[in-house]
Ligand binder design. Structure first.
Ligand SMILES: [Zn+2]
Length: 279
């Protein structure tokens, strides 16, 4: 069997599929760091597709710390916000710019965003963020199990914002503390366990996510950074590997980190309330 030279795999291959309402979807295939990608876009987003390819080239090495992307990932550039919300199944989320599943990233066209929100630097962060989700899901499960792993929102969003270097964007620990204190009484929040109080930045519910996404991303980012700093990256990777071996998040976390996730969350809240970072 004659094989095409490996170099050919690096060249984008153009494919066309029909578009429902006029125009034609295009697709570029590329291989980066051993992972396979397809970028699907409408003709008006050809420039955005080139920017996404560039952003991918910088995102792939950053995401590599969470393990190889075994399944090919398709990135679809949606021409406007409404079509992104539809594809993500997330209506009423005006701040949403991307959405990731096991092997798909839905992205709002940079062209449809303002120069700040749609700039190349922001696009690089956004692609790294969404790709970190794909890497998490692919390491923690397979196509039929990844969504049943019970991964808390703070863990998956924190992993993504830390990987994408979005710390400067989400806000400071002092702001997480402000969020926590505004949420209710600090002693209750710092208690070892119990259900989240209203306004808790680690609240994993959709209700909280929809009502106050900034506070939820901020809490997630700092909780995950705290987990990495306190327990080390090898143990965090072990959480993913234990899920990949068939466990769900709660038992994988307990085995890899040594405490229940709810105890870790309480530990983080105490650190925040008592301003542990001030030494
Ligand atoms: Zn995310």
């Amino acid at each position: 069997v004659r094989r095409a030279p490996a170099l050919l795999a690096l060249l984008p291959l153009l494919a066309c599929v029909p578009r429902a309402a006029g125009g034609t979807w295009r697709a570029d295939d590329l291989v980066l760091g051993g992972a396979r990608f397809r970028i699907a876009y409408l003709p008006e987003d050809a420039g955005g597709a080139r920017d996404v390819a560039r952003a991918l080239a910088s995102a792939v090495p950053r995401v590599a710390r969470w393990g190889p992307l075994r399944a090919p990932v398709t990135i679809t550039i949606h021409p406007d916000h409404a079509s992104l919300e539809r594809a993500a199944g997330r209506e009423g989320t005006p701040w949403l710019r991307g959405w990731a599943t096991y092997r798909k990233i839905e992205l709002q066209s940079p062209r449809s965003l303002g120069p700040l929100d749609g700039g190349r630097g922001r696009l690089e962060e956004r692609i790294a963020h969404e790709l970190a989700h794909c890497a998490t899901y692919q390491r923690a499960g397979d196509e039929s199990t990844w969504m049943f792993k019970e991964i808390p929102r703070w863990f998956k969003e924190g992993l993504a914002t830390v990987t994408a270097g979005e710390g400067g964007r989400v806000g400071t620990l002092a702001e997480v503390r402000r969020d926590l204190l505004a949420a209710g009484s600090a002693p209750d929040l710092a208690a070892r366990s119990g259900p989240p109080a209203d306004g808790d930045p680690l609240d994993g519910s959709d209700r909280a996510y929809l009502a106050r996404s900034s506070s939820i991303y901020r809490g997630a980012h700092h909780a995950f950074a705290f987990l990495l700093a306190r327990y080390g990256e090898a143990r965090v990777r072990d959480v993913l590997d234990r899920m990949g071996a068939g466990n769900r998040f709660p038992s994988a976390f307990r085995a890899a980190i040594g405490i229940d996730a709810s105890d870790f969350e309480a530990e983080f809240r105490r650190y925040v309330v008592w301003q542990g970072w001030r030494g």
